[in-house]
Design a protein around this ligand. Structure first.
Ligand code: GAR
Length: 208
């Protein structure tokens, strides 16, 4: 059984997709052991509560220095003894010591086809605004392992979504979530739970 810790900052629809996928059997041999948010008001914490999953908030705002936050954040994560950490809309930079300790055991969902519209400053709605500004016709989402860079780790799964003429950033964001994010994030967790993902020479290889 893969013990999964989910880190969130907002609405938690990706967390919900994971929980629903465990309930309906799209993810097997995995369980969510905890949810950590940096935002006390994150609706994701309500979703965790409703599912009977331990949730807690730990925010950099409550610490004098980033080092103090990073140390307490690492302790909080370790207390769940996770096999896999899932960043499901988590908007805090992961400390290097956490990346080192959980190398290739932290995954992130990003709302674009990496390497487009990713890196510092590209998160949430900003990604979709940038895609519409550029006029691309195909967007999508990516699940990748987290390394020391921003959105630079090995890519596990991607799914494309077509842009439509009347899209606003909000409409496009919703379609990318529905058609891509809520499908590939649970799929990646299921693949990892069954030992079907390995990283070789900086690339993730999927054994289907
Ligand atoms: C999702 O669209 C996720 O891909 C994005 O934040 C949203 C969180 O929604 N993550 C990033 O932009 C990370 N760079 P949710 O809280 O409803 O799952």
């Amino acid at each position: 059984m893969l013990n999964v810790l989910v880190l969130v900052s907002g609405g938690g629809t990706n967390l919900q997709a994971i929980l629903d996928s465990i309930t309906d059997g799209r993810i097997t041999d995995a369980q969510v052991v905890g949810v950590i948010s940096n935002n006390p008001k994150a609706y994701a914490l309500e979703r965790a509560k409703a599912a009977g999953i331990p949730g807690q908030c730990i925010s950099p705002k409550n610490f004098g220095t980033r080092e103090e936050f990073n140390a307490e954040f690492l302790k909080a994560v370790q207390s769940y003894e996770p096999d896999l950490i899932v960043l499901a809309g988590f908007l805090v930079v992961i400390p290097p010591e956490m990346i080192a300790e959980y190398r290739n055991r932290i995954i992130n969902i990003h709302p674009s086809l990496i390497p487009s519209f990713c890196g510092t400053g590209y998160y949430g709605l900003k990604v979709h605004e940038a895609a519409l500004d550029r006029g691309v016709k195909v967007v999508g989402a990516t699940v990748h392992f987290v390394d020391e860079g921003t959105d630079t780790g090995p890519i596990i799964l991607q799914r494309a979504v077509e842009v439509q003429a009347k899209d606003t950033p909000e409409i496009l964001q919703k379609r990318v979530m529905e058609q891509a994010e809520w499908k590939i994030l649970p799929k990646a967790i299921d693949l990892i739970a069954h030992g079907k993902v390995c990283v070789t020479d900086g690339r993730a290889i999927i054994e289907e």
